[in-house]
Design a protein around this ligand. Structure first.
Ligand SMILES: [Zn+2]
Length: 582
């Protein structure tokens, strides 16, 4: 349980220089066939259509859909099977359990935006869901897209050379993705009547702070979203990047379910339902124990002065938890969750003054390579480490050579090959996908556009569902501060058909959003909401809109407007962002 060592999987499967799949990962992947499981008189869960499950509640006056998958093509396949099972009923309500893409972006494969707009279909979620969609999925959208693509192996070929499994369910297939904002929200335990059925919507902060569980009181069935992530040790951190997931909040939520709610069935939206009282008690107890163990032991070693990587090297789950069928490290791992607990509680600072004022990466690489005997010596040592199966040590040495010469193909290819060797040996699909995606970044396939296949966290259809103010406010994080110098200019945005008049005030190096435009404006623009739709889809831009007359100048000059918009970068396409090539 406490020992200092590098990851176990490498030694468990050492013959990894050639493409291959760790046998434990292959066995895990085989569990996820497509099926519809009935968990109560009214509740049915669709598994294996997409990375996340969805559930259908058969209510007297219609169907209630809980969660909506990651994309619309898979959602349409699921809807066809739902309609075959319930030919006389329509989906009249949707409940999002939380804001993650795999639970919301397929919604228009199930219901239409016009039916939601007319009130024919209600959409329910936690009151904070929109905040997280705009701040997390869209605000850090470009890098989240890149990192999610690495986590889920979006650009990798399928099979033993590349993607095998996502850990939680099927991969993110490419396909249309959109979003319909909630029409109704809750922020505390609330009984609602949907389609003639009384349900409870219960906040259960755990994987995310906006998690909502759906409780059917008559049958004591609890749909738990991602509070339980299926048959895997939970992802207390995701490699993609995430706000802090407080482990003991998560434990408190599970304990409330175990001791207070005491449901007869627990239906997670990854993995399989639990419908037996003994199984529920066994799984929930083991799950919360694994989280508390990780938290408590991490804090124990934090208090002894150890850093995040040191603690991650010390801890493994106790044997009875490590062997539990719901706690294999097929999504979360202790190794990548422990540092997140450290950072969540202590922040990033290691305590070493060197880390307060570190050398720039290229400078450190130059000094280290010189100290190690020069480029050729390092390359030779890396090659020897690779031959001995010490893949990450090879990759670590080769990182210096890539930093010295980021465009040099021999170091990039050697490092890519070392990362592939490591990746094939991993049983955790996130680690495998990440390593192989980094190898692809360093050594992209020739004459092949697959490296450009990236997940887009907030595609235009999602951003377009935001209130106009959120779209405008998002510009502030693309301000090219080096070009703005001492400029102070305030631009009004009058969205005529919505009766909104926002403003952005560029005050030297900061751009402040005003929900209500101030009285004095240097430039004032008016346009219809539909212009923003064209803008976020990339069909136009502000300058083109002004020139075409879609954006009308009510005050100021076109030159002043153009100079203002020139201060902002366009959004980055995820495939242009490098993580390991410098
Ligand atoms: Zn999920």
């Amino acid at each position: 349980m406490t020992q200092d060592r590098r990851s176990a999987p490498s030694s468990a499967f050492p013959s990894a220089a050639r493409p291959g799949v760790h046998p434990a990962l292959a066995a895990h992947a085989a569990r996820f066939g497509q099926k519809i499981v009935q968990t109560g008189q009214r509740t049915h869960t669709l598994i294996g259509y997409n990375i996340a499950n969805v559930s259908i509640i058969d209510a007297p006056e219609g169907l209630i859909l809980v969660d909506a998958m990651a994309q619309e093509d898979d959602a349409r396949r699921a809807r066809a099977d739902i309609q075959a099972r319930f030919p006389d009923k329509r989906i009249r309500a949707v409940i999002y359990t939380h804001f993650h893409n795999d639970h919301i972006n397929g919604v228009e494969g199930f219901v239409s935006a016009s039916d939601v707009a007319s009130g024919e279909v209600q959409v329910w979620a936690h009151a904070d869901l929109m905040h997280y969609v705009t701040e997390v999925s869209a605000g850090t959208g470009p890098i989240m897209g890149r990192r999610a693509s690495y986590t889920f192996g979006a650009a990798l070929p399928r099979g033993e050379e590349g993607f095998v499994h996502a850990g939680l369910g099927l991969p993110h297939n490419p396909g249309p993705r959109g979003f319909i904002a909630p029409t109704h929200t809750v922020s505390e335990r609330t009984t609602v009547s949907l389609c003639g059925l009384a349900l409870e919507l219960i906040p259960i902060p755990s994987e995310t702070d906006d998690m909502v569980g759906v409780f059917l009181p008559d049958e004591q069935i609890f749909l738990t979203g991602d509070c339980i992530q299926g048959e895997t040790y939970p992802n207390l951190y995701t490699l993609r990047g995430t706000p802090y997931r407080d482990p003991m909040q998560w434990v408190a939520t599970i304990d409330w379910i175990r001791h207070v709610l005491r449901p007869r069935a627990v239906v997670p939206h990854h993995g399989h339902p639990l419908t037996d009282a003994d199984a529920i008690d066994d799984v929930l107890t083991a799950y919360r124990d694994a989280i508390q163990f990780t938290h408590d032991q991490t804090v124990r070693f934090i208090n002894q002065g150890f850093g995040p990587e040191e603690i991650a090297l010390k801890l493994t789950l106790p044997e009875h938890l490590a062997q539990h069928p719901w706690l294999g490290e097929f999504y979360g791992t202790l190794r990548h969750c422990i540092p997140a607990i450290y950072v969540g509680k202590m922040g990033w600072f290691s305590g070493d003054p060197v880390d307060l004022d570190p050398l720039p990466k290229a400078e450190r690489a130059a000094r280290m390579v010189r100290l190690m005997g020069g480029v050729e010596t390092v390359a030779k040592e890396a090659s020897r480490a690779y031959e001995q199966g010490d893949y990450l040590w090879a990759a670590e040495m080769l990182a210096y050579l890539v930093s010295l010469d980021p465009e040099g193909s021999s170091a990039r290819k050697a490092r890519a090959q070392a990362l592939r060797g490591w990746s094939y040996a991993q049983s955790n699909p996130n680690w495998r996908n990440w390593g192989l995606s980094c190898a692809m970044e360093l050594d992209p396939p020739a004459a092949d556009q697959s490296a450009r296949k990236q997940l887009v966290m907030a595609p235009p259809a999602v951003i377009n569902a935001f209130p106009p103010g959120n779209i405008l406010r998002g510009m502030a994080t693309r301000l090219k501060v080096e070009d703005t110098d001492s400029r102070h200019v305030t631009v009004g945005f009058h969205i005529v058909d919505k009766g909104l008049h926002h403003a952005l005030e560029l005050r030297r190096c900061v751009c402040e959003f005003h929900a209500q435009a101030p009285a004095t404006l240097d430039v004032d623009l008016s346009f219809e909401r539909s212009f923003l739709t064209a803008l976020v889809s990339g069909q136009t831009n502000w300058v083109a809109g002004i020139e075409a007359g879609d954006v009308v100048l009510r005050a100021g000059t076109a030159e002043a407007a153009k100079a203002f918009f020139a201060c902002f970068e366009p959004p980055r396409a995820p495939h242009t962002i490098s993580l390991v090539s410098r």
